[in-house]
Design a protein around this ligand. Structure first.
Ligand SMILES: Cc1cn([C@H]2C[C@H](O)[C@@H](COP(=O)(O)OP(=O)(O)OP(=O)(O)O)O2)c(=O)[nH]c1=O
Length: 191
């Protein structure tokens, strides 16, 4: 059975590579338009579906895995547009608890498999001064990440505590993914 990870995210690739699974990497080029009136779980599930759908139509024999991650704090926060946007996101998240949602889609055109689900993790930030935020943005790691931080990098220093799957915050909820793979594809990442 051919597996395709429809992602350009190096984090997703690395997370999945830890397991005994062979897969091809074919990123989608779906425009990530976050519709702000949507609930975050709907937004991430529909974007994950769109990414997987595009790749499964071009790879009809494959089981395609795709994901989408957003940060939610009153509004949906995607990737920051620029420095100012990133600064404002982090200022908003300072001292507060936000939620990170990742949608996950498993699709296969040939077998008509269509599974869409999501995972949510709560993340509490430390209180950040403007200097803390500026120092963090100097690292340059904020820009390709939802909510303008990466928990796996210098962003770890912004976090006070988390409640839920750490890997969900990084962009791929490994535990949920394995539940879905076992149930719908008879594939177990443990083996
Ligand atoms: C909050 C947070 C997000 N992120 C990343 C995960 C996602 O890659 C990114 C959100 O963007 P996504 O649109 O979910 O993914 P992507 O554009 O990087 O890759 P693709 O659509 O091709 O799969 O933010 C972290 O790496 N660490 C974090 O702590």
């Amino acid at each position: 059975m051919r597996i395709v990870l429809a992602s350009a995210s190096p984090r997703r690739v690395e997370l999945l590579k830890q397991f005994n699974i062979e897969f091809d990497i074919i990123p989608s080029d779906i425009d990530e338009i976050v519709r702000n009136h949507e609930l975050p779980e709907q937004a991430v599930m529909s974007l994950a579906f769109e990414k997987a759908y595009q790749i499964s139509k071009a790879n009809t024999d494959a089981i395609v895995i795709a994901s989408d991650t957003v940060v939610f704090f009153g509004d949906i926060l995607g990737k920051p547009k620029d420095y100012e946007d990133a600064f404002n996101m982090l200022k908003k998240l300072s001292g507060k608890t936000h939620e990170v949602y990742t949608g996950i889609a498993l699709l296969c055109d040939e077998t008509k498999l269509k599974v869409v689900d999501y995972e949510v993790t709560k993340v509490q930030f430390n209180v950040l001064s403007d200097t803390d935020i500026k120092d963090y943005l100097e690292t340059g790691e904020a820009y390709d990440k939802a909510g303008a931080y990466g928990i796996q990098g210098f962003g770890a220093l912004l976090v006070n505590k988390i409640d839920g799957d750490y890997f969900n915050v990084m962009g791929l909820p490994l535990s949920k993914l394995n539940v879905l793979l076992k149930k719908h594809v008879q594939l177990d990442l443990m083996k």
